[in-house]
Design a protein around this ligand. Structure first.
Ligand code: EPZ
Length: 430
C-alpha cells in the first residue's frame, strides 16, 4: 500500500499548473459514446477515476485510444453491450453517467446501483425520477438499474434538491429525447456548463446551463467533436489552501478565476492576499491567519469538495471557526485524524467547531476519502515534523501528480510503500 511521507514546515512557493476538471471529465467521457463518430477530448486529468471510467467504456465495446496522458479519442460506434459491470461502479460511482448516455442513445441501459460511499449515503432517486419523466421504464433487477424506453419524450422536470449528477444525467438522456425538456432547480456548477457545452459541440441543443433552468430540445443524432475540458477548480482550490496553511506564495496557473470566487473570498477573509489574472490566481498568505465561518452550498456557494481543506487551514488560524457541511452527512471523518495532529476540532452533527492552535505536529494518519485525504496532506505540509498518510489511493482518484506538483513548490513529500523507504526519507530530511 502506498503512503505519503511529509516533512512539514516549508512555505510553498512557486508556480503550479492545474489539470482538467475530474468532475467535468467523467460525464464528458460518458457522453462521448452518444455518437457513432470519433470524439477527441483534451485536457483530461490523468487520475485513477478517469482511467477506471475509460476501462468501463472500453469494456462495453467503445474504442478508446489514449493518445497521451491528457488526450483521448473515443468512438462509440461499436458498442455492443448496454450493461455495465459492477466492478466499475464499485470502483467509481460516476459510472452511473453511462445510464443517461446509453439511455439517450440506445433507449436502454443497465447499470449496477451504486451503494453509499465514504462521504454519505448518496441516493440517486432524482436521476431516476428524471429518466421516468422522460418516459423510461426504470426498475431495479438483481442490484442493477434497468432503464428502457420505446421512445424518450421531452418533459418538465423539477428536481427536489440541487444535484450535479442528476442534472447532468438527465441532460444527457434528454439531449436525444423527442421534443423539449425543461430541468428546473438545476445545478449550476461549472462542470454542468462544461458538459452542456460539450454536448452542444456534438450537435445537442441545450440552453441555460449555468442557471437553475436548463432547456433542452432533443435531437435524433449527435456527431463527432473535439473538446478541451475546463480546469479543475477543486485541485486549484486545494493548492490555494496549501499556500495559505504553509504561509506560502503560489501562482496557480491554468484556472478560470471566476470558478474560484467562493474559495478566493474565504482566503481573503482569513487574511490571505489573492490576485486574479486572466487564467491564474496568486495566493500570498498573510503573516497570521484568522478565523471565519463557512457553510458548504451548491455553486456558486462554497463547495463541499473544499470543506476539509479550509477546515485544516482554520485549525491553525487564530480564533474559533465554525464549518457547516450541508451537502454530505459524512464529510468530517478527517476530524479525528486532525486531532491526532494537535488540532482542536469538535464535530457536532453537520458542524465542526475549530479552535485554532499555534501549530500542528506530524503524526501517522489515514486518508478517509479523496478531499479529506488532500486536506491531511495540507495539514502535514503545515505541521512540525514528519507526517505519514495511509490510504493515499483515495487521493490518487482525483489529483494528478500531486506529490510532484507539491515538490516543485518546495514541499518535502514522497510517495513510499515500505518502512525502509520511510526511514530513508527520515534520514534524508534530517
Ligand atoms: C458530485 O457528486 C461530485 N462528484 C462530488 O465530488 C461533489 O461533492 C458533489 O457533486 C457536490 O458538488 C462528481 O461530479 C463525480 P449531488 P454528486 O448529486 O453528483 C443529494 C469529489 O470529491 N441527492 O450534487 O453525487 C445527495 O445525497 C466528489 O470530487 C439526492 O438526495 O452530488 C447530496 O446530499 C465527491 N438524490 C446532494 O443531493 C439524488 O438523486 C447533492 O449531491 C441526487 C443527490
Amino acid at each position: 500500500m502506498e503512503q505519503y511521507v511529509i516533512k512539514g514546515g516549508n512555505p510553498l512557493v512557486g508556480e503550479v499548473d492545474i489539470a482538467g476538471a475530474k468532475n467535468a471529465a467523467l460525464p464528458i467521457l460518458a457522453a462521448a459514446i452518444m455518437t457513432d463518430e470519433p470524439v477527441l477530448i483534451e485536457n483530461l486529468p490523468d487520475v485513477r477515476d478517469i482511467n477506471v471510467l475509460l476501462e468501463a467504456i472500453a469494456e462495453i465495446g467503445a474504442q478508446v485510444d489514449r493518445l497521451n496522458s491528457s488526450t483521448v479519442r473515443i468512438n462509440g460506434s461499436a458498442i455492443k453491450d448496454l450493461s455495465v459491470d459492477y466492478e466499475y461502479i464499485k470502483k467509481i460511482r460516476a459510472s452511473y453517467y453511462l445510464l443517461g448516455a446509453l439511455l439517450g442513445k440506445y433507449k436502454h441501459a443497465e447499470v449496477p446501483l451504486p451503494g453509499g460511499c465514504n462521504i454519505g449515503s448518496r441516493p440517486i432517486d432524482q436521476h431516476l425520477k428524471g429518466f421516468r419523466a422522460l418516459g423510461a421504464n426504470v426498475g431495479i433487477s438483481y442490484g442493477a438499474i434497468v432503464a428502457r424506453a420505446n421512445v424518450l419524450k421531452g418533459s418538465h422536470i423539477f428536481l427536489d434538491m440541487v444535484s450535479v449528477g442528476a442534472t447532468i444525467n438527465i441532460m444527457m438522456a434528454a439531449s436525444m429525447a423527442q421534443g423539449r425538456t425543461i430541468i428546473e432547480n438545476a445545478a449550476r456548477e461549472p462542470h454542468v456548463v462544461d458538459v452542456a457545452n460539450f454536448l452542444n459541440s456534438m450537435g445537442a441543443n441545450i440552453r441555460g446551463a449555468g442557471t437553475d433552468v436548463i432547456r433542452i430540445r432533443g435531437v435524433d443524432k449527435l456527431h463527432g467533436t473535439k473538446y478541451s475540458i475546463i480546469p479543475d477548480q477543486i485541485e486549484a482550490g486545494t493548492f490555494m489552501f496549501a499556500a495559505a496553511a504553509t504561509g506560502g506564495d503560489i501562482m496557480v496557473r491554468n484556472v478560470i478565476p471566476k470558478h474560484l470566487e467562493a474559495t478566493t473570498a474565504k482566503l481573503e477573509e482569513i487574511g490571505c492576499e489573492v490576485e486574479e489574472f486572466d487564467d491564474a490566481v496568486r495566493v500570498r498568505a498573510g503573516r497570521k491567519l484568522c478565523r471565519t465561518h463557512v457553510k458548504t452550498l451548491p455553486y456558486p456557494g462554497y463547495p463541499t469538495d473544499m470543506q476539509p481543506q479550509i477546515a485544516v487551514t482554520l485549525s491553525i488560524a487564530e480564533g474559533t471557526s465554525i464549518v457547516t457541511e450541508s451537502i454530505f452527512e459524512n464529510r468530517f471523518k478527517y476530524a479525528d485524524e486532525l486531532t491526532r495532529m494537535g488540532a482542536n476540532i469538535k464535530v457536532e452533527g453537520n458542524t465542526a467547531i475549530i479552535d485554532g492552535v499555534k501549530k500542528l505536529t506530524g503524526a501517522r494518519v489515514s486518508a478517509p476519502d479523496l478531499r479529506a485525504g488532500a486536506a491531511l496532506v495540507i495539514a502535514g505540509l503545515a505541521a512540525e515534523g514528519i507526517t505519514i498518510i495511509d490510504d493515499i489511493v483515495y487521493i490518487q482518484r482525483g489529483y494528478e501528480n500531486f506529490e510532484q506538483k507539491l515538490r516543485s513548490l518546495g514541499a518535502e513529500i514522497e510517495k513510499v510503500s515500505t518502512e525502509k523507504e520511510i526511514q530513508k526519507f527520515r534520514l534524508r530530511v534530517g
